[in-house]
Ligand binder design. Structure first.
Ligand SMILES: Nc1ncnc2c1ncn2[C@@H]1O[C@H](COP(=O)(O)OP(=O)(O)OP(=O)(O)O)[C@@H](O)[C@H]1O
Length: 244
């Protein structure tokens, strides 16, 4: 795959003596949505933290566009090519505009460059009427769109989403999913979406990784995996028979 942005190679992650994740090899490609599915405790969030370079693997290597991230300098520059959205939007007590502008200002951008990009992102997310609203007064759906705007305004190479719609009502889920789909198409962003919602993975993912007890049990094109899962555990999960 020539458009591989991130690759995990022979990764393991231990907390104390316990191995919570083992990945032989996984690639994440530009312009694709990679769904990471699995029951609670399977290692999904751990995988995101490793990919986001928030944590180091115990063994193995992660490559960003073919370069070992461990040797990549400056590391901050690499981290800034990635953006993450969490289950609960992390916003500060300022206006919607300031929340979205924050990452650009941290990167040294000023004046009209900031406002142009922020306004574009707000328009895209349907948030322009709320640009002067205080972020902490927003509804759950609006707040999550601000969190997404804050990530996408950076035009990241990699967008990491950790259960981004869990707390939302169906209308907001549909809206967020539409925006996530657009995000992967716009700037060739590689989207890595952690979800334990099989239906969401079906609706959004091009590729699916199924994790179970820290192992990649199955991975491949979403359509194939949902139509004919090869592993019994994937099949049970996909058919809603796995209790977790
Ligand atoms: N900092 C930590 N210290 C010790 N154990 C941890 C730590 N972080 C995660 N774990 C353990 O690693 C395993 C994987 O956790 P992780 O959060 O990655 O799972 P998950 O698939 O994201 O689960 P969920 O869907 O419930 O969020 C769990 O058993 C968890 O208890």
């Amino acid at each position: 795959m020539s458009d591989v942005v991130l690759m995990m190679d022979n990764i393991s992650k231990n907390y104390g003596p316990r191995e919570v994740l083992r990945v032989e090899r996984l690639s994440f490609a530009a312009g694709r949505i990679h769904g990471v599915m699995g029951p609670s405790g399977a290692g999904k969030s751990t995988m995101l933290r490793l990919l986001n370079l928030l944590e180091q693997p115990t063994t193995g290597r992660i490559f960003y566009r073919g370069q070992d991230v461990h040797a990549y300098r400056p590391r901050l520059q690499l981290q800034r090519r990635m953006a993450m959205v969490f289950q609960k939007p992390v916003l500060f007590d300022g206006t919607v505009f300031d929340n979205v502008a924050y990452g650009l200002r941290v990167r040294g951008m000023r004046g009209p460059d900031v406002s142009g990009r922020v306004v574009d992102a707000l328009r895209w997310m349907g948030l322009e009427p709320l640009r002067r609203a205080r972020a902490l007064t927003l509804s759950g759906g609006e707040a999550q769109r601000v969190a997404l705007a804050r990530a996408l305004v950076l035009e990241p190479d990699v967008l990491l989403l950790d259960e981004p719609t869990t707390n939302l009502d169906p209308n907001n889920v549909a809206l967020l999913e539409k925006l996530i789909r657009e995000a992967s198409g716009r700037n060739g962003t590689a989207v890595i979406l952690v979800t334990h919602n099989v239906f969401q993975a079906k609706r959004l993912a091009d590729q699916v990784i199924f994790l179970y007890e820290g192992r990649v049990v199955e991975e491949g094109p979403a359509a194939e995996m949902f139509r004919a899962p090869k592993d019994e555990r994937t099949r049970a999960f996909v058919h809603g028979e796995m209790i977790y």
